[in-house]
Ligand binder design. Structure first.
Ligand code: 1GP
Length: 244
């Protein structure tokens, strides 16, 4: 899955990932609507109470797209998925989220043969007002300090991670600043995923132009699954422009 993602980024400039929260009742409807527009499906949420095996299997059957787990905790792992973001919530105040949870999960990932994709998860304002900010005890990076986000990305790349996720939080009032994305891409040799509060094609276009390699939408797709077509077009248009 990681090389599939790298191929898309190399050829199209950017990839489009749709996040499906498995606790969302209409997950099947969302999967059906996004299957022709998303490059990959990310499955995860901060509050996991569902039958993850069944839901992941259903999503795979409906879409045929690769699935990446985005675990909110050690119970967010299922053999039905193709890959998993093996992630550290770098700026959590609690070492459970930086290293204990990933360590507790690693044997199951190996046993089930799920592809781990090493990822640094970095929480930026206004993440503190969202579920992941609360659950993950995030020491939110001020949005006026993009260089701090970029330093986390450089640090992640020095640790050997190949992906950094700049996260404003699901349902965030505003997305990660374009300055943070540009500074991170300038400083660090790492793929940058951007998510949280991206609700319109213009914003997605801008984030890609400033360097985002992957755009994630979750809330938008839950509320209006038909919006994915325009979102994809904007991401690909910006991606190709960036490659010029
Ligand atoms: C959350 O970045 C994702 O991890 C998606 O955020 O729900 O705001 O699109 P939204």
């Amino acid at each position: 899955v990681e090389s599939y993602m790298n191929d898309i980024i190399a050829k199209e400039g950017a990839a489009y990932a749709v996040l499906i929260d498995p606790d969302e009742k209409n997950y099947a409807e969302i999967a059906e609507k996004v299957k022709d527009y998303a490059d990959v499906i990310i499955i995860g949420g901060s509050i996991g109470i569902c039958d993850l095996d069944k839901i992941t299997k259903d999503i795979k059957e409906i879409t045929n797209l690769p699935t990446i787990l985005f675990p909110g905790n050690v119970d967010g792992i299922t053999k039905e998925a193709d890959a998993l973001f093996y992630m550290t919530l770098m700026n959590s105040k609690n070492t459970y989220w930086t290293i204990t949870a990933p360590t507790l999960g690693c044997i199951k990932i190996k046993k089930e043969g799920i592809e781990p994709i090493p990822m640094a998860y970095i929480g930026i304002e206004p993440i503190q007002n969202t579920a992941v900010g609360y659950v993950g005890e995030v020491n939110a990076i001020p949005s006026a300090k993009p260089e701090i986000a970029a330093m986390y990305c450089l640090s992640a790349s020095y640790f050997g991670m190949r992906w950094a996720y700049l996260e404003a939080g699901s349902g965030a009032k505003f997305p990660v600043s374009s300055k943070a994305i540009a500074t991170a891409k300038h400083l660090a040799d790492i793929n940058v995923i951007v998510g949280g509060g991206i609700r319109d094609p213009e914003t997605a276009f801008e984030k890609v132009m400033y360097g985002a390699d992957v755009i994630v939408t979750g809330t938008l797709t839950e509320q209006n699954p038909d919006a994915v077509k325009e979102m994809r077009n904007a991401i690909k248009k910006a991606g190709l422009k960036k490659l010029e």
